[in-house]
Design a protein around this ligand. Structure first.
Ligand code: GLN
Length: 243
């Protein structure tokens, strides 16, 4: 196959929380299996290419994420990629920006409308470890996830999902999408888009999620990806899940 193209969308405004690492993890896990892979960094003001193999969006501060939403909506490239079924991973502010609307800087802002979610505010900012078990999401892109998900949360947004979006996980520790609703859901999945509040970066902590995205980007079943023996990743995961 030709070189795998991994889009890192707006790292200049959605790059506060180390989530650029998700693109690095995808590139490394591809290269370790013998695939050529490149990261395409798309900055504020750049057109968003429509035909990359996978897209990553990170978290960001309130003012910065407003700029991100405006650019994504004006440009339209990410909408075309989503309509074509390209896999997209969005973290925290990325989740909020891809939703219908979100609260930031004390006002409601129009999101990209790619995820059926509306983001208001938590009762209290959540900062800490976050864990979930994958939601079954029958027939959805994340249906193959079996391993617990782990990440680090730091958010004030509270995202309520509409019927078109399914949760990524059910919270077992920490605060996910909301601190009032029961059960407490974490993240959102809709079509080819996977969103989560988990930083870490999430793909470093959750190799199964990384491989799910990678397999989709490479257009092959996850079961055909050569297994990787990475004791350091297993150790990190064990440590984080033990707490
Ligand atoms: N600014 C948003 C919030 O506080 C997103 C933060 C983030 O991306 N970590 O909810």
């Amino acid at each position: 196959m030709s070189t795998l193209q991994i889009g890192l969308v707006l790292p200049d405004v959605l790059g506060t929380y180390g989530d650029d690492g998700n693109a690095l993890v995808l590139r490394q896990r591809a290269r370790m299996r013998g695939f050529d892979a490149n990261i395409v960094r798309i900055h504020l003001g750049d057109p968003i290419p429509t035909s990359l193999d996978v897209y990553c969006l990170g978290g960001g501060e309130d003012t910065a994420q407003i700029l991100a939403a405006e650019h994504i909506n004006t440009d339209g490239g990410l909408h075309k990629a989503a309509a074509a079924g390209r896999p997209i991973l969005a973290i925290c502010a990325g989740l909020q920006v891809l939703g219908e609307s979100f609260r930031a800087d004390n006002r409601m802002v129009t999101g990209a409308g790619l995820i059926d979610a509306t983001t208001g505010s938590l009762k209290k900012r959540f900062i800490g470890e976050l864990q979930s078990t994958p939601h079954p999401n029958d027939g959805g892109i994340t249906a193959g996830l079996t391993e617990p998900l782990t990440g680090f949360g730091n958010h004030f947004g509270s995202s309520i999902l509409g019927s078109d979006a399914k949760p990524l996980g059910i919270v077992t520790h920490g605060v996910g999408n909301s601190d009032t609703e029961q059960p407490t859901y974490e993240g959102a999945v809709q079509g080819s888009i996977i969103c989560t509040y988990m930083h870490g970066p999430v793909l470093a902590r959750n190799p199964q999620l990384a491989d799910l995205l990678l397999a989709w980007a490479l257009d092959m079943p996850m079961s055909e990806l050569q297994p990787l023996d990475l004791p350091v990743v297993d150790k990190l995961r064990r440590e984080r899940l033990q707490r």
